[in-house]
Structure formats: structure tokens, C-alpha cells
Design a binder for this molecule. Structure first.
Ligand SMILES: NC(=O)c1ccc[n+]([C@@H]2O[C@H](COP(=O)([O-])OP(=O)(O)OC[C@H]3O[C@@H](n4cnc5c(N)ncnc54)[C@H](O)[C@@H]3O)[C@@H](O)[C@H]2O)c1
Ligand SMILES: O=c1ccn([C@@H]2O[C@H](COP(=O)(O)OP(=O)(O)O[C@H]3OC[C@@H](O)[C@H](O)[C@H]3O)[C@@H](O)[C@H]2O)c(=O)[nH]1
Length: 346
């Protein structure tokens, strides 16, 4: 019988999922759960790996091409008997025996995903196809980290999962937002056509320790600038909004989604909404009251507002974020100061 997994609409699988490995059914041998994390050397991926490794029943395999990630983020696990790290590009097929796949591999910061847009779209489309092919072959459950960017420049606020979005298909962000939209389509087509067990998280802006110092995203930019005594660069008009989720809350949401019975898509993010000017003022006040705030040109198609409706995450996953922006900033500041080697002036 097909397992029925609901996404909150009237969605029912028509085909039974692929058979998992016989090891899963072995009578006398309880095997560990083998979990693949693509993009596991990146910001969210490495925090996810830390959490998964806490469970002694998990074996974790990371594949990453190190475009924006780094082995350094995983240094505490290298050499651990339950951990494996493979240099691999997800645009190439991969053969590994696993039970779950967290598919994160994709550059996430606009400056990196725009750097080689054709590669970004290949990563989203061919990379996701390859991971779905793997899930089908080994009978694994697969979770895609999609994004709030699938809503484009949203005309509905806050964004609910049933909103189809307002996306420019030929703009400079399209390699990422349209790429993720196709990735979501592929996930649902494999689910309907081949019975693959899928999970889709729509992640809203996430921040925390281990972000690249020069990642280019707004929280890491403002923090690094404040610590280095450089002016905070607010892109015009400054009234655009984002809602920022601390990384430990995000990881908790992703694991709940993977372990639960709902396909999604489910928004995972913190509904606390700030304009970029408010964010700059907060960072200035908390980190360096002397620092200047300057306005600079923006880039095309920057969404004007973004805030998740997390009713579904609350109801279906029992999840909501715990860490407010003002509590998360000092945790990230400590990590940035350590890496930049700049102590706090008192
Ligand atoms: N951080 C956020 O605010 C946010 C928001 C929405 C969605 N997401 C999604 O979450 C995931 C992780 O984001 P992040 O913030 O940790 O970004 P990140 O750039 O730190 O991590 C991405 C990882 O994927 C790897 N990667 C990129 N292309 C690859 C390829 N072709 N093959 C193998 N590895 C590849 C990178 O080297 C890196 O380690 C991404 O899928 C992103 O789209 C993140
Ligand atoms: O130095 C900066 C950088 C950015 N910004 C502004 O800050 C806002 C957020 O920009 P970011 O680059 O951090 O991230 P964005 O919200 O544009 O996209 C992100 O959100 C969803 C995820 O999928 C990705 O991680 C990323 O695409 C934008 O309005 C941007 O104009 C600044 O004001 N100053």
C-alpha cells in the first residue's frame, strides 16, 4: 500500500514508495540510520550535521563541492567513525546507500548564486534530479531546502504556503528562485510518479555563527562591518523587510519536518519582521554605537517585503522559533570576533 503523506491539501501518493534496503528489515541487526547531507560543509548544513551527529544511531555522509562551504565547518567530525566527507558536485550522479537525504547543496547568498547563474540553475535542477534518482534507487526519504524566494517579490503578506508567488522568470535572481521552483516541481513529480517520500522546507532568511564573513548577506555584512568599524551598507530604499531565523531553530525545524508525516511545502522561519534600516540600527546599538550607517544602490528585483506565516509549521510540526534577533546577534558576534581576531572595545 502507498503511504499517505499529506501536504495539507488533498494530496495522496498513487504509487508505493521504493523498497528500502533489506538491512532496514534485518531481524537480528539494528542498523544505524544512514543520512546524506548535500551541502553539509556550508552554513546551515554544518549545523544540521552537528545536530544529527549528537544521535549515536546516525551515520552522516556529507557531500559538498566547497564552492561556498568549507571543511573547517566540519573539522570536529573529520575522522569520526560515524562520519564521512566526500568532495562531490551534485550536478554529477552519486551512488551511496542511505536512508535519508537532506538536500541543501546550492549557493544561497545572492552574490554567490549570481556569480555563475548557469551553474546555479544546474545545481538546482540537475542536482535535485540526481538526488531524487538516488532516493528512488535506494528507497530513501528526501528533504529539499527550498526558499522563501519562491514567493519572489510577494504581493501577499505574510506569505502562506498556498501563495504561488510573484517571480521574474528572466531576472538576475531567476537562476535561484526559478531554479528552486523547478526543484520543488521535480520533488512532487517524483513523489506522484515514483512514490518517493519527499519533504519540502521553504526556508526564510537564516543567520548565525559560521556564516562566511564575506558571505554578502545582510546580517553577516552588518556584523562584520560593525566589528571592523566600517559603515553599515543599507541598500536602498532601506524600508524593504526581512524576517530572520537563528540557525539552531532552523535545524530543529528541518529535522522535525524530515521525521514527520507531511510532505510540505512548509515555511520555516521567524516571523519577527524588520526593515533593513531597523536591522542596521539594532546592530549599531548592540555592537558598535560609533559606527556610521550609509545607504548604497540596491540590485534588481530585490523583494520589498518578506515574512513567513508559520501556522502550518506550528500545527503540523509543533515547531516555532525560540531565539529572537536580539538574542541571536550576540551569539553570532562572538563567533565573528573570534574569526576576525577583533576584541570588543569597552
Ligand atoms: N541561509 C538562508 O537564509 C537560506 C534561506 C533559504 C534557503 N536556504 C537554502 O538552504 C541551503 C543551505 O544554505 P546556506 O545558507 O547554508 O548556504 P551555504 O552557501 O553556506 O551552503 C551551501 C553549501 O552547498 C555547497 N554547494 C553549492 N553548490 C554545490 C554543488 N553543485 N555540489 C555540491 N555542493 C554544492 C556549498 O559549497 C556549500 O557548502 C541552500 O539550499 C539554500 O538555498 C538558505
Ligand atoms: O550589505 C547589505 C546586504 C543586503 N542588504 C539588503 O538586505 C536584504 C536581504 O538581503 P540578503 O542578501 O541578506 O538576502 P535576500 O533576502 O535578498 O535573499 C536570501 O533570502 C532567501 C535565501 O534563499 C537566500 O539565503 C538569499 O537569497 C535585501 O533587501 C538587501 O537589499 C543590505 O541592505 N545591505
Amino acid at each position: 500500500m502507498a503511504k499517505e503523506v499529506s501536504n495539507g491539501s488533498n494530496h495522496v501518493t498513487t504509487k508505493p514508495p521504493p523498497e528500502p534496503s533489506p538491512l532496514r528489515r534485518a531481524k537480528f541487526f539494528k542498523a544505524n540510520m544512514r543520512i546524506l547531507v548535500t551541502g553539509g560543509a556550508g552554513f546551515i548544513g554544518s549545523h544540521l550535521v552537528d545536530k544529527l551527529m549528537e544521535n549515536e544511531k546516525n551515520e552522516v555522509i556529507v557531500v559538498d563541492n566547497y564552492f561556498t562551504g568549507s571543511k573547517d565547518n566540519l573539522r570536529q567530525w573529520i575522522g569520526h567513525p560515524r562520519f564521512e566527507l566526500i568532495r562531490h558536485d551534485v550536478t554529477e550522479p552519486l551512488l551511496v546507500e542511505v536512508d535519508q537525504i537532506y538536500h541543501l547543496a546550492c549557493p544561497a547568498s545572492p552574490i554567490f548564486y549570481k556569480y555563475n547563474p548557469v551553474k546555479t540553475i544546474k545545481t538546482n535542477v540537475i542536482g535535485t534530479l540526481n538526488m531524487l534518482g538516488l532516493a528512488k534507487r535506494v528507497g530513501a526519504r528526501i528533504l529539499l531546502t527550498s526558499t522563501s524566494e519562491v514567493y519572489g517579490d510577494p504581493l501577499v503578506h505574510p506569505q502562506t504556503e498556498d501563495y504561488w508567488g510573484n517571480v521574474n522568470p528572466i531576472g538576475v535572481r531567476s537562476c535561484y528562485d526559478e531554479g528552486k521552483r523547478v526543484a520543488e516541481t521535480l520533488m512532487f513529480d517524483y513523489h506522484r510518479q515514483h512514490g518517493i517520500e519527499i519533504r519540502i522546507a521553504r526556508i526564510f532568511n537564516t543567520y548565525g555563527p559560521r556564516m562566511n564573513i564575506d558571505d554578502g548577506r545582510v546580517v553577516s555584512n552588518f556584523l562584520a562591518q560593525a566589528i571592523r568599524d566600517e559603515a553599515l551598507t543599507v541598500q536602498l530604499p532601506g524600508t524593504q523587510t526581512r524576517s530572520f531565523c537563528y540557525v539552531s531553530d532552523m535545524v530543529d525545524g528541518l529535522i522535525r519536518l524530515m521525521e514527520g508525516d507531511n510532505t510540505g511545502p512548509i515555511n520555516i522561519g521567524n516571523p519577527g519582521e524588520f526593515t533593513m534600516l531597523e536591522l542596521a540600527e539594532t546592530v549599531k546599538e548592540m555592537i558598535n554605537p560609533e559606527v556610521e550607517i550609509m545607504t548604497v544602490e540596491n540590485t534588481p528585483d530585490d523583494p520589498r517585503q518578506r515574512k513567513p506565516d508559520i501556522t502550518k509549521a506550528k500545527e503540523l510540526l509543533g515547531w516555532e522559533p525560540k531565539i529572537k534577533l536580539r538574542d541571536g546577534i550576540p551569539l553570532m558576534e562572538e563567533d565573528f570576533r573570534k574569526r576576525l581576531g577583533i576584541l570588543r572595545k569597552n
